[in-house]
Design a protein around this ligand. Structure first.
Ligand code: EPZ
Length: 423
């Protein structure tokens, strides 16, 4: 296992390029299961989660190449629609293979993805919606068995705008003759990226990015070539890194449009942000940000994936503010670690009250999940002194070449083996 050694407390400067979006790339990789033709996906970030998708696609029978930002999926052998536990447990998003598999092959066996630190993460909405398309669902030793003689279109309304359920059902409906209407859909930009791919494959998809998506499927879909959109969560994380540590940075290949909720909140806190075409510049001229309370919401509200980095930024605010986590039931695992860096945060159920402190202090801390780990990096860059962040394999799941990019932005960070020699 690796760790980060970060000497913080100094202003940042420099520029770095934003990678392709993890949360756009994953559903698009699984969309390759909808066709036997060649699929070429570029701007794919080099991440553990993408490696997990690669492993699962090959286990299912695809022939994939993945390297240098490119992902090629071909099909030269029979697909075996069984997703085993040892692969599914590594990455919950593996459930996104279910829609394509059941729609194309009429059967799929799936290990139920377990929960994770941020919550139980059920898939009831996915399964409930599949049933409304004619899928029979049963359970056996922790696996979900799905069979469908003939799937049919339907009008489906989600009880909550679930990102994954919206994506899974869009993909399944793309192979069903007739029009399926999905209501109360998630509106995340990653869903629009997936929609663009499904249209390239030959499905008629309208309404992605709104609450109602209509999909007219085809009996067979074509291969596609697509470049993945920039990662808005990586972008927001680096913006908060600069806001917390101070200084001025430029993010290249960044799209500000999907980040309006974050940008509004950061500007309220006193951070200067300028957005050009594909470029975002952040300069933090205030020593302590003004306190700004946020609540996480489905898109276009404040993204839950930036809640932890936001809290690391607000830890040094010049007053008191609140963070309400309304999407996941247990997404405050970063709080006790931030407290080790002298943050003063009180948690009550899904609400955190932040009592701003003049400055954080470096300390040994531990990442518990991807975005909590990102929050510790933000805090360590702002904190005076040295921080050691352990279990950074959580962070490697979602941030490509992180220490290289941090150094490009002027942070003093080194990756080391966690062999017990560093205290
Ligand atoms: C996607 O997860 C993202 N992952 C998450 O990013 C992100 O936090 C989340 O959307 C919300 O924006 C990917 O895109 C790969 P949901 P997903 O279904 O699809 C509950 C990261 O850090 N729910 O919108 O799993 C669920 O428990 C990751 O990059 C059900 O109850 O999220 C949660 O409370 C973390 N039943 C809420 O809905 C279901 O069937 C939102 O989940 C499905 C979801």
């Amino acid at each position: 296992m690796d760790l980060f050694v970060i000497n913080g407390g100094h202003a940042l400067s420099g520029e770095t390029r934003i990678s392709g979006s993890k949360n756009a790339a994953l559903p698009i990789l699984f969309a390759s299961l909808l066709t036997k033709e060649r699929c070429e996906i570029s701007n794919v970030p080099e991440l553990k989660d993408v490696q997990s998708a690669y492993d699962l696609l090959n286990r299912l029978g695809k022939n994939c190449f993945y390297g240098y930002g490119n992902f090629i999926a071909e099909e030269h052998s029979e697909i075996n629609p069984i997703a085993p536990y040892e692969l599914v447990r590594k990455m919950r998003a593996s459930i996104l293979a279910a829609g394509p598999l059941i729609a194309r092959f009429g059967k799929a066996r799936f290990s139920l993805p377990g929960g994770c630190t941020i919550g139980v993460r059920p898939i009831d909405m996915h399964l409930e919606a599949f049933k409304q398309l004619g899928v029979e669902i049963s359970h056996d030793k922790g696996d979900v068995l799905m069979t469908a003689k003939k799937m049919h279109p339907n009008r489906i309304k989600f009880r909550f705008p679930s990102v994954g359920a919206t994506e899974n059902l869009m993909m399944a409906a793309s192979l069903i003759d007739g029009e399926t209407v999905l209501e109360n859909c998630a509106r995340e930009p990653e869903i629009e990226d997936l929609s663009a791919v499904l249209v390239k494959m030959g499905a008629a998809v309208i309404g992605a990015g709104t609450g109602v998506i209509k999909i007219k499927g085809k009996p067979a879909l074509n291969g596609f070539s697509h470049s993945v959109m920039p990662d808005r969560i990586e972008t927001g994380t680096f913006m908060l890194l600069c806001a917390a540590a101070g200084g001025k940075i430029t993010l290249l290949g960044a799209d500000s449009k999907p980040l309006s909720a974050l940008i509004r909140a950061m500007r309220k806190a006193g951070v200067k942000i300028s957005c050009g075409k594909g470029v975002i510049t952040v300069s933090a001229e205030v020593s302590r940000p003004k306190p700004v309370s946020i609540s996480t919401k489905p898109y276009p509200g404040f993204p839950t994936d930036l809640q932890a980095p936001w809290m690391a930024f607000m830890a040094q605010c010049s007053g008191e503010c609140e963070v309400h986590e309304k999407i996941f039931e247990n997404r405050f695992m970063h709080v006790p670690e931030l407290a080790r860096m002298e943050a003063n945060i009180t948690v009550m159920d899904r609400k955190a009250i932040i009592h701003g402190v003049p400055g954080l202090m470096g300390a040994p801390v531990m990442a518990s999940d991807l975005r909590a780990g990102a929050a510790l990096v933000v805090a360590a860059a702002a904190a005076r002194g040295t921080s050691i962040i352990r279990r950074i394999y959580h962070i490697d799941r979602g941030y490509e070449k992180l220490e290289l990019k941090l150094r490009e932005l002027g942070a003093d960070v080194r990756r080391r083996k966690d062999d017990g020699s560093i205290k």
